[in-house]
Ligand binder design. Structure first.
Ligand code: PAF
Length: 291
């Protein structure tokens, strides 16, 4: 596997290695790789002839009181994993390489950012959309794969690619879970031994909402209340949001029908975790991929 720290070096590699008519599949990450990333990489491998992964902890998507400095950066371990997982190239730039000039051009996807994580993390999605645009301009992928755990992010990036006419197809990888249902995330490693069992309560609360819909309930408020009750029943008091929205455009849905996103965010101790489930609600209720 080849490793590049500058855009210029990566671009030279791309010119040399990408054959005419072949496809380049890309998985952007912030490193601290886990099986959730591996699932994106496995999907990307099936989509492209060249498989490229980026490792970059992007400062512009962290708020001033968030964990940018503490965010894990196990670079050597990540590179060893990417080699083992059969990636062709890794792009791991420095902050100066990505933000050589003070950033004054921003990409803001207005339509999808005024709810869920967008409400409590001002500027977060602007930082994500901007760095993904920069990475797409450097890597020039034909296909890029994102995880459904960050469902709002995936919708925003799909919209960004559509509205800015980017020649890239956005694919999704399903959420990967621990045996007790906890969605795999780089931030799980912040959980203490005592906090870890409570964290599985996030998934149980989603199951509770799904089961209520399966039993025939179609009131948004009733489902949201039962998910909240389940969270507090699991000892999760610090709930940021429980929401049920149309899965396509994050608009309000009541009564609940069609493809919906049931999403939760909560703090377990100091660790902020998110999780979601996409459900097709009709005569029956079935779990689905976001897109
Ligand atoms: O999901 C992530 O890891 C990040 O938000 C991304 C897409 C790599 C942008 O920094």
């Amino acid at each position: 596997m080849k490793s590049f720290a500058t855009a210029a070096e990566f671009k030279r590699y791309r010119v040399d290695e990408k054959q005419p008519g072949s496809t380049l599949a890309f998985v952007p990450t912030m490193g601290a790789l886990h099986t959730g990333h591996k699932s994106c990489i496995d999907i990307a491998r099936g989509e492209g002839d060249l498989l490229v992964v980026s490792l970059f902890v992007n400062p512009t998507q962290f708020g001033p009181s968030e964990d940018f400095d503490a965010y894990p950066r196990p670079l050597e371990r990540d590179i060893a994993l990417l080699t083992q997982w059969g990636c062709d190239a890794v792009f791991a730039p420095s902050v100066t390489e990505m933000y050589e000039r003070a950033q004054s051009v921003w990409v803001d996807v207005e339509a999808l950012t005024g709810c869920l994580c967008g409400l409590n993390r001002p500027g977060h999605f602007r930082g994500v959309a901007t760095v993904v645009t920069k990475l797409f301009n450097i890597v020039e992928p034909d296909v890029a794969v994102f995880g459904q755990k960050d469902a709002q992010q995936a919708l925003i990036i799909r919209e960004l690619a559509r509205q800015l006419n980017m020649p890239v197809s956005i694919k999704l990888s399903p959420i990967v879970r621990e045996a007790d249902g906890l969605a795999i995330s780089s931030r799980n490693q912040y959980l203490s031994g005592a906090e870890r069992p409570a964290a599985a309560g996030l998934y149980r609360s989603l199951e509770c909402g799904r089961d209520l819909l399966k039993s025939g309930e179609r009131s948004r408020q009733a489902v949201v209340h039962s998910v909240r009750r389940s969270l507090t029943g699991s000892g999760i008091q610090d709930v940021e949001y429980v929401e049920l929205l149309h899965a396509d455009d994050l608009s309000a849905v009541d009564p609940v029908a069609g493809r919906v996103l049931l999403a939760v965010a909560a703090r377990i101790g100091a660790t902020r975790l998110i999780d979601n489930m996409v459900l097709e609600v009709g005569a029956e209720v079935r779990e689905r991929l976001l897109f």
